[in-house]
Design a protein around this ligand. Structure first.
Ligand code: G
Ligand code: G
Ligand code: NA
Ligand code: MN
Length: 253
């Protein structure tokens, strides 16, 4: 049996789990959002990471049902952590392809209508390449998400091909600097320049900036000095299952 054949059953069998990685607001000194990251607990193969099965799901038309499953899970989980403290938004990765899929977008709207969770607690993360295949449709979909109250974040910024074009065209709230630039920015002069000027550029365009892949305190301090708004990475927390996230929220950083 192929891995993809099994993915259909995995959803039904509850083998797809959603972990959450906190993003720390430097101004507020607390997490203000989390990123939802899927994991597949396969009964025989053990843990299968999203790097392996997300691209396969995209190639075999399983990405829409998988993403809808994640969105439903996230809406349920938000209900679990609301009330435990200040509001914590959830970011969901949306594959390129889905932006131009009318059936997916209609299904998202139905899910949100049925849910009591305010859309202001949702962020959709898209990659530069995501928007690239069909820019007009991507722009229309992102505009619609924003009309619905969902914030839009550009993920993996800096690794795509036509970065400035996207910054001009896409309706964005937030930009996430790819971890390959962030990780060593406090040690490497060129990386430091790229990260600092990206933060300034984003701010001048009215966008919030998230640095991902922050692995130590020196990197955090570099980013604070550079005026970065939010940081995400192992230094704050690894991606956590819901239980551990609830504990994390209850524990001051
Ligand atoms: O921690 P990590 O191994 O979770 O994530 C690996 C990659 O998988 C990242 O690029 C992340 O954006 C992607 N990913 C994780 N969850 C999802 C998801 O629900 N949908 C999509 N499209 N990508 C995801
Ligand atoms: O591609 P995207 O940015 O959506 O995915 C985030 C990926 O980065 C996930 O695989 C997540 O587990 C991973 N990640 C999160 N924080 C860190 C970090 O501090 N260091 C490294 N190396 N990877 C991280
Ligand atoms: Na992401
Ligand atoms: Mn990223």
């Amino acid at each position: 049996v192929s891995l993809m054949g099994e993915l259909d059953d995995a959803l039904a069998a509850g083998q797809i789990e959603v972990f959450y990685q906190p993003k720390l607001s430097l101004a507020q000194g607390r997490p203000t959002s989390v990123e939802a990251l899927v994991r597949w607990r396969h009964p025989e193969r053990g843990f299968v990471g999203p790097d392996l099965f997300i691209p396969l799901a995209e190639q075999t038309d399983r990405i829409a049902p998988l993403t809808l499953y994640v969105v439903e899970r996230v809406l349920t989980d938000i209900a679990n952590w609301r009330g435990l403290g200040p509001d914590l938004a959830a970011a969901i990765n949306i594959s390129a392809k889905l932006l131009s899929a009318p059936a997916f977008n209609a299904a998202i709207e139905r899910l949100l209508e049925r849910s009591a969770i305010p859309t202001s607690l949702l962020i959709f993360e898209v990659t530069e390449s995501a928007a690239m295949s069909d820019p007009d449709k991507a722009v229309a979909a992102l505009r619609r998400y924003r009309e619905l109250g969902i914030a839009v974040s550009m993920d993996d910024y800096g690794t795509g091909q036509s970065t400035l074009t996207y910054l001009r065209q896409l309706p964005l709230n937030e930009l996430k600097i790819d971890r390959s630039f962030v990780q060593f920015a406090h040690q490497n002069r060129n990386d430091a320049v790229l990260v600092r000027s990206t933060i300034d550029l984003a701010h001048d365009l009215g966008l919030k900036v998230v640095a991902e892949g922050v692995e130590d305190a020196e990197c955090l301090e570099f980013l604070r000095a550079a005026g970065c708004d939010m940081i995400q990475g192992y230094h704050i927390s690894r991606p956590l299952p819901l239980d551990a996230l609830l504990t994390f929220i209850a524990t001051p950083v």
